[in-house]
Design a protein around this ligand. Structure first.
Ligand SMILES: C[S@@+](CC[C@H](N)C(=O)[O-])C[C@H]1O[C@@H](n2cnc3c(N)ncnc32)[C@H](O)[C@@H]1O
Length: 225
């Protein structure tokens, strides 16, 4: 079973998401184990400090290596991989999530930063992989950590009710998903395409393929072949 340990200074911000929807069900079914830890629990300082001012000056605070080193000493096992959230890391993709979901015996430890990020020695000596969720800067690593956990867990067999829903998803086959419609068939003057109401499965399949291609070409020309 894949296991995750998330290390943060804002445990509450992660808990609500992990206790909802698909992630909640996956944990209840025993398909994944996810634990949240407060980095402050590993601080040696009297006031449970985990950050300090940067050497060389400059604004903000930097996460110190000591609490992280101690946390990893406690949590790491033979099958652990230490991941660090960073805007400088490799950009997460659906292919990467798939690869991680196939490593079924892996224990992922994810470090969520804040403020100015981590002492560079954490990056250099304690981490296996740094990932980013996009070319923008957030306040903390909690959302990126949740993005990775969510994206991996929903790919674990048995987690989603309908496995087939994964097949046509955007990015799975290098193409975007086709447009979806539901009841009513007409709202104001906006109608569902006739073909979807026709009951002709071959025509519906062809229409969906065509729309996937059109949407990919217009919305993500970088993905079009
Ligand atoms: C304000 S950011 C630090 C930004 C850093 N000073 C920089 O400019 O590269 C604080 C933390 O948020 C997280 N973070 C922010 N943006 C992220 C992104 N796009 N992907 C992954 N993590 C991110 C990281 O954990 C980072 O240490």
């Amino acid at each position: 079973m894949i296991k995750f340990d998330l290390i943060t200074i804002f445990p509450d911000s992660l808990q609500a998401y992990l206790d909802s929807s698909i992630l909640k069900r996956a944990q209840e079914k025993g398909l994944v184990e996810i634990k949240i830890h407060n980095l402050r629990d590993w601080s040696d300082s009297r006031h449970k400090m985990v950050d300090d001012t940067p050497y060389g000056g400059g604004p903000g605070m930097v996460f110190m290596i000591q609490p992280i080193f101690n946390a990893l000493k406690d949590l790491k096992k033979d099958n652990s991989k230490v991941f660090l959230t960073s805007p400088k890391g490799e950009k997460l993709t659906q292919n990467k999530l798939k690869e991680l979901s196939l490593d079924t015996n892996t224990h992922y430890i994810i470090l969520c930063g804040h403020y100015e990020g981590f002492d560079q020695r954490v990056h250099d000596h304690l981490v296996d992989y740094e990932f980013s969720i996009g070319d923008y800067v957030l306040s903390g690593g909690e959302l990126p950590a949740l993005a990775l956990v969510d994206g991996v867990v929903r790919l674990i067999p048995g987690v989603l009710g309908n496995e087939h829903s994964l097949e046509n998803e955007s990015f799975t086959k290098g193409i975007l998903d086709y447009p979806q419609y539901t009841k009513p068939s007409q709202f104001n003057n906006w109608k569902v395409p006739d073909v979807l109401l026709s009951g002709n499965h071959k025509e519906i399949l062809d229409w969906r393929k065509k729309k996937s291609k059109e949407d990919t070409d217009s919305m993500r020309p970088d993905m079009s072949k």
